[in-house]
Design a protein around this ligand. Structure first.
Ligand SMILES: *Cc1c(COP(=O)(O)O)cnc(C)c1O
Length: 363
């Protein structure tokens, strides 16, 4: 039986009636932008994450730009960011006027480390973007201890946990994406910014609304970047399911690790963390040959970041200042295999069997 790489509709299917009711509630309300659904979702999402404040924004990319601006990042500043991540983590920096400075990752966890950040810090470093890549939980407190604010890019980590708390509550400010394929996905674009500090949350609220509170007086050059009422209402139906979905992703990861550790390199959760794997990403020297043999067996598999961000042509002005061996290694060898909250044991066994067969064939 074919196993797709992911299947967002499978976990949402039981919620269809509730989602329809939520959509109708918004249609009947006549409120479409910044109304009661967004306000309620912000309260509920902040409580889930364990942050004091959540602010809904248009998507996970603008969430990063707005959050950096709220931290005071601007021209002349440097922002550290890993190169092994989704493009948007770094793309969101130049619009603030600041310069992205690429740091390395540990290929086993695929996250930044204190040392990889330290290696590129300068007196111009204004913030560090730490990406909780694939749902793993990057070290945040240890990096903030270096004396620089951390922005958590938690786009892939909704539902993950760590001993210090959930992604979104670990650093000075954090950003989420509710793009449909994410662990908590809307039915369109959406995002959120979470933080502890009330004044910082206020700056975010102003920036997402043209740098204004009332569209009469303007205090900043801001953005039009808002989560809409329909998406907020849909997200409110799904949020209560997130823990269950996260547990299913974590358990599927455990099962894969039992079956595949030693056959390929399996992702290593950071100490104490319980990743709600957004993507389950293995590593193998012949990753592309393995992907081709999985495709022949009807198993969805793909590399996401074969060319790391710093090597994409538009980032040429921001060439890395240090070698990035962990990034190069992860970029060359990674391969995502099927993962979703609805993945069944027999599907996991089938994928693992196909991976074993593919590895033997590639040897
Ligand atoms: C998806 C994603 C984003 C961007 O989110 P959008 O809502 O698609 O703009 C940013 N960073 C990471 C790590 C992501 O996976």
């Amino acid at each position: 039986m074919p196993v797709p790489l992911f299947d967002p509709l499978a976990s949402q299917a039981p919620l269809r009636a509730d989602i329809r009711a939520a959509v109708h509630r918004v249609l009947d309300s006549g409120h479409f932008v910044l109304g009661p659904e967004v306000a309620a979702f912000e309260t509920e999402f902040a409580a889930y994450v364990g942050a004091q404040h959540a602010v809904g924004v248009a998507n996970g990319t603008e969430a990063i730009t707005v959050a950096l601006r709220a931290l005071g990042v601007g021209p002349g500043d440097e922002v550290i960011v890993p190169s092994f991540t989704f493009w948007a983590s770094a793309e969101a920096i130049p619009p603030t006027g600041a310069v992205p400075v690429f740091c390395d990752v540990d290929p086993d966890t695929m996250c930044v480390t204190v040392d990889s950040v330290k290696a590129v810090m300068t007196e111009k470093t204004k913030a560090v973007i730490v990406v909780h890549l694939f749902g793993n939980v990057a070290p945040v407190a240890e990096i903030e201890a270096l004396g620089v604010p951390v922005l958590e890019d938690a786009a892939q980590a909704a539902g993950s946990t760590s001993p210090a708390g959930r992604p979104g509550a670990l650093g000075t400010i954090a950003t989420f994406s509710f793009y449909p394929s994410k662990n908590l996905g809307a039915m369109g674009d959406g995002g959120a910014i979470t933080c502890r500090d009330a004044a910082l949350a206020e700056r975010v609220r102003t920036l997402r609304f043209h740098g204004s509170e009332d569209k009469v007086d303007y205090v900043d050059i801001g953005y039009n970047s808002r989560l809409d009422e329909l998406q907020a209402a849909i997200l409110r139906v799904q949020l209560p399911q997130l823990d269950r979905w996260a547990a299913a992703r974590a358990e599927a990861g455990d099962r894969y690790a039992e079956l595949l550790d030693g056959v390929v390199k399996v992702p290593v959760p950071t100490p104490g963390s319980r990743p709600a794997w957004h993507l389950y990403v293995i590593r193998h020297a012949a990753a592309d040959a393995l992907a081709a043999s999985l495709a022949d067996a009807g198993i969805g598999a793909r590399a996401y970041y074969r060319t790391p961000v710093h090597a994409q042509p538009p980032m040429a002005p921001y060439a890395p200042r240090v070698p990035l061996p962990g990034t190069d290694e992860a970029a060359r060898t990674h391969l995502a295999i099927p993962m979703s909250a609805a993945l069944r044991d027999e599907q996991i066994a089938e994928v693992a069997e196909a991976v074993r067969a593919g590895v033997s064939a590639a040897a």
